[in-house]
Design a binder for this molecule. Structure first.
Ligand code: PGA
Length: 254
């Protein structure tokens, strides 16, 4: 049986009113005891405490959308892994293509963040993915392996144990058109095998897909052999669709 891991990445969205409406809707419509799914919400960090307090379902976990790799110091505007842990955050997205692009985060910086998360017992949700241009040049495998290799280099052979790797093709994010089920399964299989082959022990790594996942294509994607979960952007901001996804997920047996 599959236990899907669903991550809702709110990005830079939401306000006090949105958060209150989200909580109200979830409190009414979310299955109370989902047993088969792990639900992780990643709102802007300042709303986490409030959501945690008022959301009735206490089985929901929280993630940050970013972390700094320093523990402390003169790093204006940053938040450390330890600080996240202190407010009850268990996961952190890192390496999202929007941060790679808009904040010039290199594989090396992302590896340092990954290291810091693991040191502080947070679970990294590492996003990897290729651009449309790279896809057309047949560079997908090379790009993804490079993104994975930098983590091995910094964090060692057990780096990926109990972590989440999200394949997020940049060309699919926010496009309204996800990668095909065939491609998703093929890429996740390739990356998983690569990670396991390069790990020293029999590690447990969870594979996700992200990029235009919605309540409409969710079931087809989550049923794929190599998909352990999904990372959802825009459709996670629609309370109705988000709750539908969770409720579907919890009834899936595999
Ligand atoms: P999307 O975003 O679901 O809106 O395509 C996914 C993501 O960026 O993680």
């Amino acid at each position: 049986m599959k236990k899907p891991i669903i991550v809702a990445n709110w990005k830079l969205n939401g306000n006090k009113n949105f958060v209150q409406e989200f909580i109200k809707y979830c409190n009414l419509h979310l299955n109370k005891n989902f047993k088969k799914s792990t639900i992780i919400i990643s709102p802007p960090i300042i709303y986490i405490k409030y959501i945690k307090k008022f959301l009735k379902n206490k089985k929901i976990y929280f993630s940050s959308q970013n972390v700094d790799y320093h523990d402390q110091g003169a790093f204006t505007g940053e938040i450390s892994a330890n600080m996240l842990s202190e407010i009850g955050v268990k996961y952190s997205i890192l390496g999202h293509s929007e941060r790679r692009k808009n904040h010039f985060e290199s594989n090396k910086i992302i590896a340092k963040k990954f290291y810091s998360l693991k040191k502080n017992n947070l679970v990294p949700i590492l996003c990897i993915g290729e651009t449309n241009k790279e896809k057309k040049l047949n560079l997908t495998e090379k790009i993804l392996k490079k993104q994975v290799d930098s983590i091995f280099l910094k964090c060692g052979k057990l780096a990926f144990h109990k972590t989440i790797v999200a394949y997020e093709p940049i060309w699919a994010i926010g496009s309204g058109k996800s990668a095909s089920p065939y491609l998703i399964n093929k890429i996740l299989k390739m990356i998983k095998k690569y990670i396991i082959k390069n790990s020293s022990n029999n590690i447990k790594v969870y594979m996700q897909y992200g990029g235009s996942v919605s309540y409409k294509n969710f079931e087809e994607i989550i049923r794929l052999k190599y998909v352990d979960g999904v990372l959802i952007g825009s459709d996670s901001l629609n309370f109705k669709n988000f709750c539908k996804i969770i409720n579907i997920s919890d009834f899936i047996n595999k």
